[in-house]
Design a protein around this ligand. Structure first.
Ligand SMILES: [Zn+2]
Length: 362
C-alpha cells in the first residue's frame, strides 16, 4: 500500500543515484584478485540490473568493499521496495568495516526499511541513532523520519522534503505545520494548554493532506461567551469523546465559541473523528461551532430550542475557513456540512445555508 503511493521518480532517486554512483567502483578494488578492474554498473541501468551486478560480485570483494557494496545494495533494494532484502544488506554492512558516517547510513537504511514495511515503531531506534551522526540534507531527512516514526508531529515547511520522504511516510503528511507554532499563534485564540486539554491517546491515525473541511455544531446548548465557560465546555467535550466514546481525543480540529474565539482541538497532525467512519475523516478538517443549532425536544427542555450561531462565530468561521483553504489549497466545493456526508441533522439549518452558499453544493 505504501508502494502504490510511491512517486514514479522521487527526488530521492537523484540522491540515491549519486550515492550509487559514488560507490559504483568499490574502494580498494585493486586489492581483490580479478582479471579486470570492476566496471561500474551504469546509473541509468534498471535497478534490477544494478542489484544483480553487486550481488554477482559480492563474493569476490574484500571485507571493506563488501560493506560498501552492501550499503549500495541496501539503497537499491529500498529503491525497489524490497524492504527485508534492504534490511539484510544494511545489517551485513554493519558487520564489516565502516566509517562512522557509513555506520549511520546503515542505521538510517534499517530504519527506512522498517518504515517501508509499515512498522514505524521498529524504525525509531535506528533513525534516532542515525540522526546523531548524519549531516546536511541526509541528516534533515533522517530527523524528519525519526520524528514521524516516533509519532511526534513530524512537520516541515519544506514541501520538497515532505515529497521526497513520501515513500517512507506513505504520504501521511504533516503539512507545513512545522514552523507552525508561529504561524498558528495568530490563528488560535485558545490553545490546548489554555483549556487544560488531556493528552492525545494512542488510538489515532496520522492526518493525511487536508483537502476538505466539514462544519459541525456540538449539539450542546452551552453558553460560551466567557473564557471560563468556554474552557469548561472544551474539557467537557473532550471527556465525552475520550471517556464516553473511547476516542483518542476531542474529535474536531477547531472549535469556535460564542465569543468567536478559535480554539485548538485535535492536533492538525492527527486525523479527526468527526465526520463518520475513517474514510470520511481522511484528509478532513473538522470545524465545530459551540452550541446546539437544532431543536431536540426529545432531549429535554435545555435542548428544546435551537440556538443560532452568533455573528462573532460566523465571522470567525468565515475567516478560519478562508485561512485553511489557502493554507491547504482546499476548493470551495470541498467545504461540507456534516449532514452532506452522513445521515445527521448536524450542523443545523443556519450553518447548512452558510455552507451551501460557500461551496455551491446543494
Ligand atoms: Zn457533526
Amino acid at each position: 500500500m505504501l508502494r502504490s503511493l510511491r512517486p514514479a521518480l522521487p527526488a530521492t532517486a537523484l540522491f540515491l543515484a549519486s550515492l550509487v554512483l559514488s560507490c559504483a567502483a568499490p574502494r580498494g578494488a585493486t586489492t581483490v584478485a580479478l582479471e579486470a578492474p570492476i566496471p561500474s554498473p551504469p546509473a541509468h541501468a534498471p535497478i534490477s540490473e544494478r542489484i544483480r551486478y553487486w550481488e554477482d560480485r559480492m563474493s569476490q570483494l574484500g571485507r571493506a568493499d563488501q560493506s560498501e557494496a552492501r550499503l549500495c545494495l541496501g539503497e537499491l533494494y529500498l529503491e525497489s521496495d524490497q524492504a527485508s532484502k534492504a534490511r539484510l544488506n544494511f545489517y551485513a554492512a554493519r558487520n564489516g568495516t565502516l566509517s562512522k558516517r557509513e555506520h549511520a547510513q546503515a542505521a538510517y537504511g534499517v530504519g527506512r526499511s522498517h518504515l517501508l514495511d509499515g512498522h514505524p515503531s521498529l524504525a525509531v531506534r535506528h533513525l534516532d541513532e542515525a540522526s546523531q551522526s548524519l549531516q546536511g540534507p541526509e541528516g534533515e531527512e533522517c530527523r524528519f523520519l525519526a520524528a514521524f516514526a516516533s509519532g511526534k508531529s513530524a512537520t516541515s515547511s519544506d514541501r520538497a522534503l515532505i515529497a521526497r520522504m513520501a515513500p517512507y511516510t506513505g504520504n501521511r503528511v504533516f503539512v507545513a505545520s512545522a514552523t507552525a507554532h508561529n504561524d498558528f499563534d495568530g490563528l488560535y485564540q485558545m490553545r490546548r494548554a489554555d483549556w487544560g486539554a488531556k493528552p492525545l491517546l494512542g488510538n489515532h491515525d496520522v492526518m493525511t493532506r487536508p483537502y476538505r473541511i466539514t462544519v459541525h455544531h456540538t449539539a450542546e446548548p452551552a453558553e460560551t461567551y466567557t473564557l471560563a465557560e468556554s474552557k469548561r465546555e472544551m474539557r467537557d467535550l473532550q471527556r465525552m469523546h475520550q471517556e464516553g466514546k473511547g476516542w483518542a481525543d476531542i474529535g474536531y480540529h477547531f472549535l469556535i465559541d460564542q465569543a468567536g474565539r478559535v480554539i485548538e482541538g485535535r492536533s492538525l497532525s492527527v486525523q479527526g473523528a468527526h465526520a463518520g467512519n475513517s474514510s470520511l475523516n481522511r484528509g478532513n478538517l473538522g470545524i465545530c461551532l459551540l452550541g446546539n443549532f437544532v431543536a431536540q425536544p426529545d432531549r429535554g427542555s435545555d435542548y428544546a430550542l435551537a440556538q443560532l450561531p452568533t455573528s462573532e462565530q460566523m465571522s470567525a468561521l468565515n475567516k478560519l475557513v478562508r485561512q485553511m483553504q489557502s493554507r491547504y489549497q482546499i476548493a470551495d466545493s470541498e467545504i461540507w456540512a456534516h449532514m452532506d456526508l452522513k445521515q445527521t441533522a448536524c450542523p443545523g439549518p443556519a450553518l447548512k445555508r452558510w455552507v451551501r452558499n460557500k461551496s455551491g453544493n446543494p
